[in-house]
Design a protein around this ligand. Structure first.
Ligand code: NAD
Ligand code: 0WE
Length: 258
């Protein structure tokens, strides 16, 4: 299968080999897509360049999503190299670590609330505004979210509220861009051991407990999230927009435990 042949994709959020964005990059590449990658800081540059070499040697650029100049120069570079974009993947989230542990009301600050929303939610709209001038007809935008947006998950705290804002953004962005044929969707992934997860206390416990009651009985992989992302970004999904697709082994549809 090569259902993304000739499609040009911009992927934001690769930190290392375990990143969900890495799984998505590999899946898009396997389906014949071409990929441009960004990295948040110089510290991540070499790992992102290595992934680019393995996936078709597309452009790599620095982009801290809170820096409007860096975002503008990413769009400028993509415009120079490709002229336009078919696929944009947003796999970025951040909240102060100490606020992802403990009682929500006790640990959350206004600064933490605003930072989580800025980096994890607003950035998707900011990204859409920046890339809109270079989006090709029938382009697709995709973001990554988590069940904590719609259920109160212990310790996920302020990130859950930011993800709720992100999921609502998916719907409003779908409405805003739909008349131009542009689709906007989210993938709600089950817990995966990535760098972002490694900072979380008792993450292994959470993953094991989830697996015990998940219909598929195991955690999902970045390959599985990647394949769903490739599908949603393709013309095979031309009727799907404003949607949150769960790639969680079925965890969100059950209740009551094993
Ligand atoms: P990861 O640590 O590999 O990726 C997170 C990325 O966010 C990193 O590449 C980091 O550089 C980037 N980032 C943070 N702040 C940024 C900024 N200011 N500018 C630019 N980039 C910035 O972890 P991941 O688990 O692959 O996370 C990717 C996405 O998937 C996140 O939105 C996360 O909420 C979501 N998600 C993760 C899980 C999980 O269990 N790992 C589950 C569901 C959803
Ligand atoms: O979205 C996430 C995590 C995102 C994240 C992770 C960190 C760790 C390091 C955002 N900000 C930070 N800040 C840091 O300093 N996930 C879906 C993974 C995750 O995180 C949890 C989870 C799950 C699942 C936190 C508590 C409970 C469950």
């Amino acid at each position: 299968m090569s259902f993304l042949k000739g499609k040009k994709a911009l992927v934001l959020g690769v930190a290392n080999d375990k990143s969900i964005a890495t799984g998505i990059t590999r899946a898009i590449y396997e389906q014949g897509g071409e990929i441009a990658l960004t990295y948040q800081t110089e510290r991540l540059q070499s790992r992102v360049e290595k992934l680019a070499q393995e996936t078709g040697n597309g452009p790599t650029m620095q982009c801290d999503i809170t820096n409007p100049e860096e975002l503008a120069s990413v769009v400028e570079k993509v415009k120079q190299v490709w002229g336009g974009l078919d696929i944009v993947v947003h796999a970025i989230a951040f909240a102060p670590r100490e606020q992802l542990e403990g009682n929500y009301i006790d640990v959350t600050t206004k600064d933490g609330f605003l930072m989580a929303h800025d980096i994890s939610a607003w950035s998707f709209t900011a990204l859409a505004q920046a890339v809109k001038p270079i989006l090709n007809p029938n382009a697709s935008l995709l973001t990554l979210t988590y069940l904590g947006a719609v259920r109160a998950v212990p310790n996920y705290n302020i990130m859950g509220i930011a993800k709720a804002s992100l999921e609502a953004s998916v719907r409003y962005m779908a409405q805003s861009l739909g008349t131009e044929g542009i689709r906007v969707n989210g993938i709600s992934a089950g817990p995966i051991r990535t760098l972002a997860a490694s900072g979380i206390k008792n993450f292994r416990d959470l993953q094991d407990k989830a697996s015990a009651i998940t219909p598929l009985g195991r955690p999902v992989t970045t390959e599985e999230v990647g394949n769903t992302a490739a599908f949603l970004s393709s013309d095979l999904a031309s009727g799907i927009t404003g949607e949150i697709v769960y790639v969680d082994g079925g965890y969100n549809v059950v209740a009551g435990g094993a």
